[in-house]
Design a protein around this ligand. Sequence first.
Ligand code: ZN
Length: 189
Amino acid sequence: MSNQNLGRLEIICGPMFSGKTTELIRRIESARELGFTTLAIKPTTDTRYAQQELVTHTGQRIQASEALNAAEIITRVGELRISNHIQIIAIDEAHFFGEELSKVCATLVSEGSRVIVVGLEFDHRGDVFEPFPSLFPLSNDTTRLVGVCALCGNKAIHTQRLIANSQRIVVGGVGDYQPRCAKCFAPSQ
Ligand SMILES: [Zn+2]
């Protein structure tokens, strides 16, 4: 199985609390059961829960390496490739890595890895988050998850920020954000 060319890009996107990390962990675990080697990566800036782990809001967890920026993902993969061929690379919270991530994904896919990218498609203003606009054309399989609108119960595609902060990226959890449908979503300033 080690020399099999798996080269493909999968995207899992949606608002907060739509089950993105849960879906990612499910794909990683089923790949592992089939004997594939996997590497999960998350941005260093995400300090919400445990370091070196992907953790869902419901407490599921899986081991992860950290990368400061998109270029460092290549470094992390390279370090492990010396001793082990990494077949599946999962990147969580992709919106932290910006546009640069699309080039990194293209490189990893061309090297034969199955790359799974997870993140928020829209920011707190309702604008599309890089790297998704540049990733979508490269994707072989895109899964758009929806949440349940916290106000009306309809399908939520947006993440409503409940705390006052003008920064585009703020790390938070339950209580700081809500899933909202397009009607109930009020873009932050
Ligand atoms: Zn609503």
